[in-house]
Design a protein around this ligand. Structure first.
Ligand code: OSB
Ligand code: MG
Length: 372
């Protein structure tokens, strides 16, 4: 098939409440909706997940849109795509800029699944030679809190909603003390911590102190560019370390594996350049005893649907950061909400990502000028 149109629609969504991590406090989420139309008149959709400012990753909404407009769109012109992997290989000539590439690549996967009249989940499972789950167990990521009462309230609320595992953001030693208390208070709940690069190696004794059977991993304790000190920390730390910010490619996963920098990988297709690269990382992790699971980054409906299709893969069973639509936004960009039932979210039945933009967003997207 050929892609004959590419539209970008930058939008802003208000978060219900500010989400606090070590990188920034997000109150408003800027995303860009990508629409691709093929020569048979079918549309595929992707979501550009870079943030407005370069704190979590170097890319921003602006830089990624400019890469898509100036560099990616000429590469798509008159290109024949037989398999979704073709687009990944075309885009691989571009260094870095994984989120810009992923936004377009995931839209091609959606488009391709739709042309095959199958769900993205079924297509991914087929590519991986396995099956997929219809109902997917999910976890929640709770932003950093400044008091025990506040943290406890969020944990109790998450559990009452049915989330199967709770990740808590931390930005300071005081935060670790609050988390230690909450982990001890709820011994039957499964917890994780995400430090988003808050600490340095001197945190090792503190991490040893909070180690507990119901604390399953600590995500990204140290700097984004470091593999060596993470490896030293993992050696000293009983709790499983997980890398997020470090991982932009399969090569990064191989580095982490070789140096023993972590024993788990938070996988975000948006951060690794798309679904093809994500699948290669999953295969590597499965054969090298690394726990791999599906992360999130405050996605709106299209990104959430893409993540859910990935997380449905049999074997990717650790609950991902894939919350219900209502967790972050009161009004999403799609017509049907993802709802949590008994701690699970079910896959939409329709082909591709299985969700549709609301008529207003659909109209606004198609009213932009095509880049092709
Ligand atoms: O570090 O995993 C992260 C959100 C934005 C950027 C980075 C991260 C996160 C989250 C929230 O933890 C995950 C989600 O619920 O989307
Ligand atoms: Mg993280």
């Amino acid at each position: 098939m050929k892609i004959i149109k590419m539209h970008l629609l930058p939008i802003k969504l208000q978060l219900k409440r500010p989400f606090i991590s070590n990188h920034e406090t997000v109150s408003q989420r800027e995303i860009t909706i990508i629409g691709l139309k093929n020569d048979a008149g079918i549309w595929g959709y992707g979501e550009l997940e870079a943030f407005s400012a370069p704190y979590y990753t170097a890319e921003t909404q602006k830089t990624a849109r400019s890469i898509i407009r100036d560099i990616i769109s000429p590469l798509l012109k008159n290109t024949h795509i037989i398999q979704p992997e073709d687009i990944t290989s075309i885009l691989s000539v571009i260094a870095g800029n994984q989120m810009a590439k992923a936004a377009v690549e995931t839209a091609v996967w959606d488009l391709f699944a739709k042309t095959q009249r199958q769900t993205l989940a079924a297509l991914i499972a087929e590519k991986m030679n396995t099956t997929y789950h219809q109902n997917i167990p999910v976890g929640i990521s709770i932003g950093a809190k400044s008091s025990f009462a506040e943290l406890e309230k969020s944990v109790v609320s998450a559990i009452s909603q049915g989330y199967q595992r709770i990740k808590i953001k931390v930005i300071s030693i005081e935060g670790l003390n609050l988390i230690k208390k909450v982990i001890q208070k709820f011994p039957d709940l499964t917890f994780m911590i995400d430090a988003n690069s808050s600490f340095n190696l001197s945190i090792a004794p503190k991490l040893a102190e909070i180690s507990a059977p119901n604390l399953v991993m600590i995500e990204q304790p140290l700097r984004t560019t470091d593999f060596v000190e993470h490896s030293r920390l993992q050696l000293e730390c009983k709790t499983r370390l997980c890398l997020d910010e470090n991982i932009f490619s399969l090569d990064d996963v191989k580095t982490a594996y070789s140096l023993k920098s972590a024993r788990a990988i938070n996988l975000k297709s948006s951060r690794v350049g798309g679904i093809t690269n994500a699948l290669a990382i999953i295969s590597f992790c499965w054969t090298h005893d690394l726990l791999v699971w599906c992360g999130g980054m405050l996605e709106a409906g299209i990104g959430r649907a893409t993540n859910l299709a990935l997380a449905s893969l049999t074997g990717l069973d650790f609950p991902g950061d894939i919350s219900a639509s209502s967790r972050y936004y009161s009004k999403d960009i799609i017509t049907s909400d993802f709802i949590l039932t008994n701690g699970k979210i079910s896959l939409p039945a329709k082909p591709g990502i299985g969700v549709s933009l609301t008529p207003a967003y659909q109209k606004a997207l198609k009213n932009t000028i095509s880049l092709l």
